[in-house]
Design a protein around this ligand. Structure first.
Ligand code: SF4
Length: 254
């Protein structure tokens, strides 16, 4: 942890009211996850190993819930994310299933657009996300009854659209969002209070971490989405993974 991150953690943990509020939210989130594991099996949690997702993994592992863990390895993730993946498996003693792009689709994409073709147009970028993220996600969710996510309502452009329990129209699944009412500060209080590992890039100016070539650090005061696909306009910043109330949800984190 950097010196500034350590100072922030100390400041957050000194606020007893905040810590107590997060403890209450933790109880509610765990209750919801328990409900999902019991009543919506088979349930799976899709983790991108972002800060919110580390909270959810810690909750699932802490309650020893029968919820499968998986991640999408796009092939272009930062080295720090792979390090965190290995560290997480070791810490919790659980394997995180890795879904990779179909090699034939990826080879066709690269042959058509070039190795970094996603910079050339929104269409080329979305085609890359389709091959590397969306198609593998559909395989990961096949045959499942519930999809657990680390989404927070605060991250969505359409605030209030995200509920703890919902229905995913695209995949016809129960969608379980245990952190729906959590703030970013809640997330960091939880991580620091429970000494949960997190991506080292968060301490280097990356509030939101996706693929390495499509993510950069943001300046103080900048929108946390500013570092994702920064060459595009905000309206196009979608990767097609989550839909809320019939609209694609623009996440502030992966
Ligand atoms: Fe491709 Fe970038 Fe989307 Fe990753 S975030 S799948 S590299 S376009």
């Amino acid at each position: 942890m950097s010196a500034s991150a350590t100072a922030l953690a100390t400041e957050l943990l000194a606020d007893e009211a905040l810590v107590a509020a997060v403890a209450d939210k933790t109880v509610a989130a765990t209750r919801l996850l328990r409900h999902a594991a019991r009543d919506f099996a088979p349930a799976v949690f899709s983790t991108s190993l972002g800060a919110e997702d580390m909270v959810v993994i810690d909750l699932i592992a802490g309650a020893d819930l029968d919820i499968g863990l998986f991640t999408l390895d796009t092939g272009r993730l930062p080295a720090e994310t792979y390090e965190l993946l290995a560290e997480t498996e070791q810490r919790y003693g659980r394997r995180i299933q890795v879904f990779a792009p179909r090699h034939d689709a990826l080879e066709a994409y690269v042959a058509n657009y070039g190795i970094n073709g996603f910079y050339d147009s929104v269409e080329a970028r979305k085609a890359c996300c389709q091959v590397r993220k969306v198609e593998p996600l559909s395989r990961a969710l096949a045959g499942k009854k519930a999809w657990v996510t680390g989404l927070r309502a605060e991250q969505a452009v359409s605030r209030g659209g995200l509920k703890p329990l919902g229905h995913d129209e695209t995949y016809d699944l129960v969608k379980v969002n245990p952190l729906a009412d959590w703030t970013e500060r809640d997330v960091w209080i939880y991580l620091h209070a429970n000494r949960v590992p997190y991506n080292k890039l968060h301490d280097r100016g990356y509030p939101s971490i996706g693929c390495a070539p499509c993510t950069r650090p943001v300046a103080a005061g900048e929108d946390i989405r500013a570092g994702r696909w920064w060459w595009e306009t905000p309206e196009t910043k979608e990767c097609g993974l989550h839909v809320v109330d019939g609209r694609l949800q623009r996440k502030k984190s992966p």
